[in-house]
Design a protein around this ligand. Structure first.
Ligand code: SIN
Length: 552
């Protein structure tokens, strides 16, 4: 049975309606930057499925990249991004984002974000993998996302034209005759609401929860990619899930990110015997791009038959380490690890979804009335491997453009809101209760094992078979709350990730196929696109074939 267009039943006569000029779905950095670009004369509704402080933006540690010192050059930041990206970046996009970075960062400072400075009152710029220069602005030592979001949330809450609904889950986009007209939003206090918007901006973030090992918070369940796909939007680059090399690996601890900035300050990667191994893999040692470091760590774990490697900071000045990384110091101390003396156990984990909803340079998707920004998108900035600390930057730049574009498009729509004839009838449900949590855990383990840091045709085929089986009985259900909808979204997006990874028969950037380890530019220097089979026609500028998962 094909999976349905809408996850939940609704009828316009039985569902409350809400009208807004612009609807922003997602309250991370991209969503709030978009909100701030909308004309103050227009009404804006921001919906977020948890509270505004629960997003990948909030948890960013390392910082935000930008050319801010006299020693640095736009050309170098551009080239570093292109080198890391495995020949799949869109050069015009890279050029624009890098050149816009200083302006967007200055806006954050105007809104109250305070970045760390050195004794000479200059920005204290850090270094991360793949950057040839110190160009990473950071805050509170290792809690850059927390400080940026504090400032931007406070600024946004004061905008009189903006309403914010927290704990409001977007079940699906409402679309009529291939035009997005808003969304069906659910909250525990109000139930379902049909939110009608002249323009909608999707900024729902990432998909790390598809994997058992991840740096992402529990909210990162690929909802945006799934709802956009069901509404007919094009997705691309979905095989490129970035694995961060250093995620804390202690039984009982959350899988916290251990920022790459540690290696930027001189931390070594050593194996269980204390051997500093990166020289065996790359001349840039610990500061090689992430894809290379993650693969090197997995190889070293295999060689030493040990479940992790270690970060060693014991040769660095202890006071400086404590002051530069207060958050990591505190997290590790809870488990009896003194980061100035003891080695920190780490291994890779899913960190950042490079692929997503295709957007043009202004943040337009392939569905009319729908814009998108941030991690939910594929803008072409990151290619096959994102350069460290370019993601908050992308959220800022594309958030600003998508917000401005949606605002201008909404202003052109003069007629009053029309409630479109949309409904989804309730379906009879099977009696037996599904253990949604059990399937979610099984999916996360499956993805980690078979579609993780290393993949192969056989493993991906096995993963696809299990996902298809689960989708057969989970997909058509009509759940009443977010746990079920999240699972349906995760299964759909997992299926797309696995299909894309199986299709790309080469290794490139973060996508490592053990059965085809070489990069094959002749066949695969191109993107893989996905669109629902009954979706909109494609623009035609992409050379790759389109895959559809559901034929409804
Ligand atoms: C980190 O702090 O290592 C993460 C930064 C990023 O993902 O760009």
């Amino acid at each position: 049975m094909p999976n349905p267009r809408y996850l939940a039943p609704f009828h316009p006569k039985q569902t409350p309606h809400f009208f807004t000029d612009v609807l922003v779905i997602g309250g991370g950095l991209a969503g709030l930057r978009a909100t701030n670009a909308i004309d103050p004369k227009q009404s804006v509704l921001v919906v977020t499925k948890d509270v505004l402080t629960q997003s990948n933006s909030q948890y960013a540690q390392g910082g935000i990249a930008g050319v801010l010192s006299a020693d640095d050059r736009f050309e170098d930041h551009i080239e570093d991004t292109l080198i890391a990206g495995g020949a799949l970046c869109d050069q015009a996009v890279v050029d624009r984002v890098v050149r816009e970075a200083p302006r967007r960062i200055m806006e954050l400072i105007q809104w109250g974000a305070q970045f760390d400075k050195n004794d000479a009152d200059q920005f204290a710029l850090g270094r991360e993998g793949g950057h040839r220069q110190n160009r990473i602005l950071h805050a509170l030592g290792d809690a850059t996302g927390r400080e940026i979001m504090r400032a931007v949330v406070q600024w946004t809450r004061n905008l009189p034209n903006v309403q914010i609904w927290e704990r409001a889950f977007t079940v699906d986009l409402l679309s009529h005759q291939d035009v997005c007209s808003g969304a069906l939003v659910w909250s525990e206090s109000h139930g379902k609401t049909m939110v009608w918007a002249k323009q909608t901006i999707l900024c729902t973030g990432g998909a790390g929860q598809l994997y058992r090992e991840t740096t992402n918070p529990v909210v990162a369940t690929a909802d945006g990619q799934a709802i956009a796909y069901r509404a007919g939007a094009e997705l691309r680059d979905m095989e490129f899930m970035q694995f961060h090399p250093t995620v804390l690996y202690i039984a009982g601890s959350s899988r916290s990110l251990i920022t790459e900035a540690l290696r930027g300050e001189g931390a070594w990667l050593v194996d269980q015997r204390g051997y500093r191994f990166m020289a065996d893999y790359d001349a840039r040692l610990e500061l090689a791009p992430r894809d290379i470091v993650s693969q090197a760590i997995v190889s070293q774990m295999e060689k030493t038959r040990h479940p992790n490697v270690y970060l060693d900071l014991s040769h660095l000045q202890a006071d400086h380490v404590r002051q530069r990384f207060p958050g990591i110091n505190a997290t590790c101390a809870k488990f009896g690890i003194d980061i100035t003396r003891d080695k920190i156990p780490v291994r890779p984990g899913a960190h950042y979804m490079i692929g997503g909803v295709t957007v043009d340079s202004e943040g337009r998707t392939s569905v009319e009335g729908l814009w998108a920004a941030g991690e939910v998108t594929s803008s072409g900035l990151h290619g096959a491997n994102r350069l460290a600390s370019n993601s908050l930057l992308e959220g800022l730049v594309y958030g600003a453009h998508a917000g401005a574009g949606a605002s201008a498009a909404a202003a052109k729509i003069q007629e009053d809101f029309v409630v479109k004839p949309l409904a989804n009838p309730p379906q009879e449900q099977p009696d037996e209760v599904l253990d949604v949590g059990d399937i979610r855990n099984s999916l996360q383990s499956l993805m980690w094992r078979l579609a993780g840091v290393r993949r192969s045709a056989d493993g991906l085929a096995e993963a696809a078979e299990s996902i298809d089986r689960w989708r057969r009985y989970v997909g058509p259900r009509q759940f009443n709350d977010p746990a079920g909808w999240e699972l349906q979204n995760m299964l759909l997006v997992a299926k797309i990730v696995v299909s894309a990874a199986a299709q790309r028969q080469e290794s490139r950037g973060v996508h490592m196929r053990t059965d085809v380890p070489a990069t094959d530019d002749a066949h695969w220097r191109r993107r893989i696109l996905f669109q629902r089979k009954d979706g909109l026609p494609l623009g035609g500028e992409h050379p790759a074939p389109t895959e559809g998962i559901d034929s409804v």
